[in-house]
Design a protein around this ligand. Structure first.
Ligand code: CAA
Length: 240
């Protein structure tokens, strides 16, 4: 039986590449999305990967969503907490709403996604938790006090989950993508984006598939002893 994988934010951007790569690697994949019905429909038509709509920022909705996926596909073996948003603003202009929206989706959303899946992983003595953090959680970023806080928080989550899950055959790891060619990065003003690319020694943005390949490695049986780690995939822009 194919292992089952859930990818939150799995119908667009990096998440879509992850969903497709996991499917190609033989997993039975469910892609969660929050709001863009058209993109989700198109994604399913193109890939055959089923999509499930719920808001990762909502615990009860996440729990119900996980139950639905497990009823349809079977117990979730691999969870990729990828859903994330930006509400960039310099700190002096950042509103409490911008702070809260990003915390609710990017940080609490990881709790909401993994928490309902975790007991089953413990019972079955197998699990892969993969959290998509960011270079900006490692180095901070002008205009991203909210986002950087969540992405740094992700690293604390996986390091703690790794210690709790290790004796149950569960690994928890993070990936810190650098700047990847997705809608999120394209939303940054062009001048700012050009300045960012100039700071990437690789001389280019990353491709979503370059992150997806990190995920398939962490999910695989090649990565059994990799636990609590962070893979930085950023074209040499930043070293921890
Ligand atoms: N470092 C230093 N100074 C900077 C700066 C930087 N990185 N960016 C802007 N400034 C300066 C500006 O030049 C300006 O200076 P002056 O007032 O002297 O002209 C000042 O700071 C801020 O100007 P504003 O108050 O007008 O700022 P703003 O309200 O227009 O907001 C911003 C600016 C929203 C932060 C904008 O700079 C921005 O979008 N920056 C990009 C942030 C970013 O990298 N986001 C990543 C998105 S992709 C992602 O998140 C994926 C991932 O994981 C990598």
């Amino acid at each position: 039986m194919a292992r089952v994988a859930l990818v939150t934010g799995g119908s667009r951007g990096i998440g879509a590449a992850i969903s497709k790569a996991l499917k190609a690697a033989g997993y039975s994949v469910a892609a969660n999305y929050a709001g863009n019905d058209d993109a989700a429909k198109k994604f399913t038509e193109e890939t055959g990967i089923p999509t499930y709509k719920w808001n990762a920022a909502d615990y009860e909705a996440s729990k119900a969503g996980v139950e639905k996926v497990e009823a349809d596909l079977g117990p979730i073996d691999v969870v990729v907490a990828n859903a994330g948003i930006t509400r960039d603003a310099p700190f002096h202009k950042m509103t409490p709403e911008q702070w809260k929206e990003v915390i609710d989706t990017n940080l609490t959303g990881v709790f909401n996604t993994v928490h309902p899946i975790w007991p089953g992983m413990r019972d079955r003595k197998f699990g892969r938790v993969i959290v998509i953090s960011s270079i900006n959680g490692q180095k901070g970023q002008f205009g991203q006090v909210n986002y950087a806080a969540t992405k740094a928080g992700d690293l604390g989550i996986v390091k703690s989950l790794a210690q709790e899950g290790a004796r149950f055959g569960i690994t928890a790891n993070a990936i810190c993508p650098g700047y990847i060619a997705t809608e999120m990065v394209m939303a940054v003003p062009e001048k700012v984006r050009e300045a960012i690319i100039a700071q990437i020694p690789a001389g280019r943005l990353g491709e979503p598939e370059e992150i997806a390949r990190c995920v398939t490695f962490l999910a695989s049986d090649d990565a059994t002893f990799v636990n609590g780690s962070t893979i930085s995939a950023n074209g040499a822009q930043f070293f921890v």
